[in-house]
Design a protein around this ligand. Structure first.
Ligand SMILES: [Zn+2]
Length: 104
């Protein structure tokens, strides 16, 4: 029995509610930079996406990040984030698998 509640967040692309650790956070920093934040701790307005490239592509197509971050995101920034997303996807999936092995 684990009474601890799992914090849920909504993926801005597919609108699914997921545990926070299943999602990748994109943050708009106070300097107006858009970054992928694997730690989930960077300051700024955040938007969550499933750790799947398909969801990033959907967000790009529907401009979901513009809405979630409440500011226009240029196609160049979407492209740069997509490259970063591809880079972190493996790392993210590996970290997730490691967490699940932990049994907690
Ligand atoms: Zn999603």
């Amino acid at each position: 029995m684990k009474p601890r509640k799992i914090p849920l967040r909504k993926c801005v692309a597919c609108q699914q509610m997921m545990p926070k650790k299943e999602l990748i956070r994109v943050v708009k920093t106070p300097n107006d930079e858009m970054l992928i934040d694997l730690t989930g701790k960077k300051a700024g307005r955040g938007a969550y996406l499933c750790g799947k490239l398909s969801c990033f592509k959907l967000a790009k197509k529907t401009r979901a990040l513009d809405r979630a971050l409440k500011s226009p995101v240029s196609p160049e920034i979407y492209d740069a984030l997509e490259q970063d997303f591809i880079k972190v996807e493996d790392e993210f999936q590996a970290a997730k698998a490691a967490m699940e092995d932990d049994g907690s």
